[in-house]
Design a protein around this ligand. Sequence first.
Ligand code: ADP
Ligand code: X2W
Length: 304
Amino acid sequence: MENGTISDKKIEEIQDKAATLIEAIPYIQRFNRKVIVIKYGGSAMLDEELKKDVIQDVVLLKLVGFKPVIVHGGGKEISSWVGKVGMKPSFINGLRVTDEPTMEIAEMVLNRVNKSLVRMVEEQGVHAVGISGKDGGLLKVTKKLSKGQDIGYVGEVKEVHPKILLDLLQKDFLPIVCPIGYDDHYDTYNINADTAACAIARELQAEKLAFLTDIEGVYQDSNDPRTLISELTVSEARKLMKDGCITGGMLPKINNCIEAVENGVNRVHILDGRLAHCLLLEIFTDKGVGTAMLSDDAVSADKI
Ligand SMILES: Nc1ncnc2c1ncn2[C@@H]1O[C@H](COP(=O)(O)OP(=O)(O)O)[C@@H](O)[C@H]1O
Ligand SMILES: CC(=O)N[C@@H](CCC(=O)OP(=O)(O)O)C(=O)O
C-alpha cells in the first residue's frame, strides 16, 4: 500500500499469483479424489528445508482434495548407519546387499525416517499414519535374486494387500509407507523403495506416480546435465539401459517406471527433489519438469 492505494507493482504481483492459481483449476479438477503416489527418495531427503517444502507440497495436494500416498526411502541414511557400525555398504545393480545385521539397521533407520515424516505432516495440520509394508499385510515378498545372485534379505513384491491403505485414505489420513515387508514365513525383507512405490501405485491404479530424487531427471549421458530427457518412451528407456547409459540407483527407478506405465498408472514422472516445490510445479502448471515416462504408443505427455 502506498498512501492508501495499491501500487502498480503490488497489483502485478497479485495478478501473477492469481494467474498461477487459475492455471491450477483444470489440474485440481482432474486429480480430485484421485490417488497420487509420491516416492520420496533418500537422496532428496537430506536437506531439512527442502524436506519441509516437499511435505508442504504433499499437504497442499491433500488439502485440495487429492489422495496422496508417500512411499519413502532412506538409502543414504541406511548406508551412513551401516558405516557407523563398521560395516561396508554394498550394492549390486542398485540394490543393497542385505545380510541379517544390515536388515536390522535398515529397518531401524527406515522406521525412524517414517516417523520423522509423520511428524512433519502432523505439524502442518494434516493427520498422517506411518506404516511399513508389514502392517495390514500390505507388501508380501519373495526373496529377490540379482541376475541369479543371492543378495540376502532383499524382497521382490509378490502381492499387495491394499486394504490398510484404502481404509486410511477413506478416513482421510495421509499414509506414509516404508519399504519393508514379510515373506510367507514372516521373515523381514528390505524392498527397494522405488519398487514398493511402483507396486502400490499399480495396485491402487494411481493417477500419478512421482519419483522425487536427487537429480533433474534422466540424462542421455549420465554425466552431462545438458542431455536431460523430458519425455522418455518405454523402448527408449530399455535402449538406454542396454547401452549402459543408466546405472546405479537409476536402474531400479527406470525399471519401476516401465512397470508402472505398462500396468495402468496414467502418469509416471521422475522429478528433482532438490528443486523447491517441484511437485506443485509438475502437477499444477502447464510446464512439465523432470522426465515423464510414456508408453510407446503415447505421442507426448498429455498435461491435462
Ligand atoms: N542416465 C542417468 N540419468 C540420471 N541419473 C542417473 C543416470 N544413471 C545413473 N544415475 C544416478 O542415479 C541417481 C538416482 O538414484 P538414487 O541415488 O538411488 O536415488 P534415490 O535415492 O532418490 O532413489 C542419480 O543421482 C545419478 O547419480
Ligand atoms: C533393497 C534395497 O536396496 N533397499 C533400499 C531401501 C531404501 C531405499 O530404496 O531408499 P532410497 O529410495 O533412498 O534409495 C536400501 O536398503 O537402500
